[in-house]
Design a protein around this ligand. Structure first.
Ligand SMILES: CC/C=C\C/C=C\C/C=C\C/C=C\C/C=C\C/C=C\CCC(=O)SCCNC(=O)CCNC(=O)[C@H](O)C(C)(C)COP(=O)(O)OP(=O)(O)OC[C@H]1O[C@@H](n2cnc3c(N)ncnc32)[C@H](O)[C@@H]1OP(=O)(O)O
Ligand SMILES: CCCCCCCCCCCCCCCCCC(=O)OC[C@@H](O)COP(=O)(O)O
Length: 354
């Protein structure tokens, strides 16, 4: 093991990364609260500020993937569609198999300049997660309870609010509604059978209501659906902990741009269209399983230095006061203060030793 990989696996490094993320994240959340009065004067200005503040948080996690773990991302797509990425609003449909699929999604958002404004149809529980969930409140993320009777009104309202959003965004939809496991796959294929729908091998049966509602409410402001499939090379199953330990993965993302006009307006037809798309996605995945490749030309949009600069900036902001405090504790020479500092840092270290 090289010196650098040993360093990346040290708990103290993870503690520093976590500390910077948490403390700067809470600080940024506080700044987001301060945009509330701005919103009363100019809604669009408050939204633009929040896009930048949101970027400051999400970009830190992206920096860990790109610069710390050195994970590489390859994009397989039609070169004619490529210039449009980041220049239009789009609904992204993604398979949901990996712990870090959202993070790879964010990385592509970063590389096409829509990280701060990116959106998702997320489960309500995530709204309460400190830093990320609170940031999402200000970014007007659409939350669902996965109870259609309640969602049909709440989700529609949140989607309508996005119609005058001031910057380009990608709206991510995991139509499968949950992460793939063999048990969930078996259950969903029973539903497919009972509904007379063809079986899928690599995907769960897509939930169609969220998709129909998104298309219906964003029609006219969104230009296309990006049918996307993510895989990792060498049959790797990447984890957040692996990324934090500096493990390098290689992500392959296939994206097919489908103009929104091609998607039927009527609910039943729209649902049938989505089921057909998932059958095609299943065939594509089958081919990847065999060849380890997606079809068509590939490209690797480069990682940007700005994610690293953003991380360094926030590190300075939150590590400097911590350094000052520690220096003060040590130079005070007071046995009581030093013992208190040791007790506090041991408590912080406790979760790792459990
Ligand atoms: C160039 C580069 C391109 C792309 C880059 C890639 C990506 C980057 C883009 C953006 C990034 C942005 C952000 C990313 C950051 C973070 C994301 C993190 C987390 C989010 C993860 C989640 O939270 S996923 C969970 C929430 N989301 C969803 O659930 C969405 C899908 N669900 C729906 O659409 C649902 O319909 C619903 C939620 C709207 C409502 O759900 P509900 O359950 O109430 O109703 P349903 O109609 O769906 O269910 C009832 C019907 O379903 C049938 N049924 C029952 N059991 C099953 C089963 N196991 N499988 C399938 N179907 C089932 C049941 O029979 C009912 O059928 P009916 O015929 O009666 O309708
Ligand atoms: C700088 C980074 C280092 C610090 C480490 C902290 C990193 C924190 C990042 C937190 C990001 C939180 C984003 C939440 C994304 C979680 C995706 C998710 O929750 O998927 C589950 C859903 O599909 C459905 O789940 P089910 O309830 O069906 O099962």
């Amino acid at each position: 093991m090289g010196l650098l990989s040993t360093l990346k696996s040290l708990f103290i490094c993870h503690l520093i990364i976590g500390y910077v993320f948490l403390v700067s994240g809470l600080l940024i959340n506080l700044l987001q609260v301060c945009t509330l009065p701005v919103g009363l004067v100019s809604k669009q200005l408050a939204r633009r500020i929040n896009i930048r503040l949101g970027y400051c948080i999400a970009s830190q996690v992206v920096a860990v993937l790109e610069w710390w773990s050195g994970t590489e991302c390859t994009l397989y797509t039609d070169p004619k569609s490529y210039p449009l990425y980041g220049k239009e609003n789009a609904i992204v449909l993604l398979n949901h198999n990996f712990e870090i699929d959202f993070l790879c999604g964010w990385t592509f958002c970063e590389r096409f300049g829509v990280l701060g404004s990116s959106k998702v149809l997320a489960k309500q529980e995530l709204a309460y997660v400190p830093v990320i969930g609170w940031m999402w409140y200000f970014l007007e993320i659409v939350f669902c309870k996965r109870k259609w009777e309640e969602d049909r009104r709440l989700v529609a309202q949140s989607l309508q609010n996005l119609r005058d959003y001031p910057e380009n965004y990608w709206f991510l939809l995991f139509c499968e509604g949950t992460r793939f496991t063999p048990e969930k796959h078996q259950a969903s294929m029973q539903v497919a059978e009972s509904k007379g729908l063809p079986k899928l091998k690599y995907h769960l049966l897509p939930r169609t209501k969220g998709f129909w509602m998104t298309v219906q409410n964003l029609r006219g402001t969104v230009s296309a659906v990006y049918d996307s499939t993510l895989n990792f090379r060498d049959n790797e199953t990447p984890t957040m902990l692996g990324v934090l330990n500096g493990k390098k993965y290689h992500a392959d993302l296939y994206v097919r741009r489908i103009p929104l006009e091609l998607i039927p307006e009527e609910e039943k037809e729209c649902a049938a269209w989505l089921h057909k798309l998932y059958q095609e996605k299943d065939e594509l995945q089958g081919a990847y399983e065999k060849t380890g490749l997606f079809p068509g030309p590939k490209t690797s949009p480069p990682r940007q230095l700005r994610t690293l600069m953003n991380w360094l900036f926030w590190s300075c902001v939150v590590l400097y006061p911590l350094g000052l405090m520690l220096t003060h504790v040590i130079s005070s020479g007071s046995a009581l203060t030093i013992i208190a500092a040791v007790v506090v840092s041991s408590a912080a270290d406790l979760p790792s030793s459990l």
